[in-house]
Design a protein around this ligand. Structure first.
Ligand SMILES: [Zn+2]
Ligand SMILES: [Zn+2]
Length: 270
């Protein structure tokens, strides 16, 4: 087993994950992961959909439950994270909500281009109606805008726009370089996310191409399974580590109280 923290773990509060929260902690401990962190979906401000994110009334319950598990597992680091959507029209509410709690880290995600939920299969048809290169431009434009807000510590599933296998038809290197330099300047890390391996695209988020560019710009990395079931904790971490090493990374970061804790990567997957 690969000794890396899994920082991207969901809970039943979001309406589309199973198991009990403690089962995720026990799974991480059982696998020998050095620590774990919950990063469930923060309530959305622009729409109400109980299948996408926790309800506003559930946020304090989520926080309490993580604190409870931290006490119950005092000898094991259980981090309090959150996955928050970047929605440009609701940044004030987002900032106010994030300021209410002492998170160890805040993951930022772009799941929406305007009103279009790009990673929802029910809206997949929209990819056929749009120019794919423009979709990539818009998507990564939002990622950069998110990074510049200073509200997020880590951008998660950085190239989730590829989820259903839609690929740009032009060279995106200039755009990826711009994204990397924006993340570096904004002090935002990225996550190696295993969930893409089980999606139609069948790849880690982000691709090796993007990860090499991130490494060249000095953007730090974290690791996440994006578990929505206890059995998914730590999934495919050998592949995540392999990708990180092949992109040239020798370190990753942990977080506590929204401060980065740099750590060396294991030198090999064995
Ligand atoms: Zn989810
Ligand atoms: Zn997400």
């Amino acid at each position: 087993m690969i000794k890396l923290p899994d920082y991207h773990i969901h809970t039943p509060f979001c309406g589309h994950a199973g198991g009990e929260m403690e089962e995720y902690v026990l799974a991480a401990r059982g696998m020998g992961l050095p620590e774990m962190g919950f990063a469930d979906h923060l309530p959305l401000f622009h729409i109400e959909d109980p299948t996408l994110a926790m309800a506003h009334s559930d946020l304090p319950l989520y926080i309490d439950k993580v604190h409870e598990l931290q006490e119950a597992h005092a000898d094991y680091p259980v981090r309090l994270g959150i996955e928050a959507d970047y929605i440009s029209s609701h940044l004030g509410e987002l900032a106010e909500t994030l300021a209410l709690y002492e998170f160890d880290y805040v993951y930022g995600s772009v799941h929406f281009i305007g009103g279009w939920g790009i990673d929802q299969s029910r809206f997949k048809f929209e990819f056929e109606r749009r120019d794919i290169n423009e979709v990539y431009e818009s998507y990564f434009g939002l990622v950069m805008a998110a990074a510049r807000t200073g509200l997020f510590d880590v951008m998660t599933h950085l190239d989730v726009v590829k989820k259903y296998g839609h690929r740009p038809t032009v060279d995106m290197k200039p755009l990826f370089n711009e994204v990397a330099s924006t993340l570096a300047k904004s002090n935002v890390a990225i996550e190696l996310n295993a969930s893409g391996l089980s999606r139609p695209v069948g790849e880690i988020y982000p691709s090796l191409e993007i990860l090499e560019i991130m490494h060249a710009h000095g953007v730090p990395i974290t690791f996440g399974s994006d578990a929505h079931k206890p059995s998914q904790v730590g999934r495919e971490f050998d592949k995540l580590l392999k990708l990180a090493l092949s992109a040239g990374y020798t370190d990753y970061v942990g977080f506590a109280g929204r401060e980065r804790i740099p750590r060396p990567l294991p030198a090999s997957v064995d």
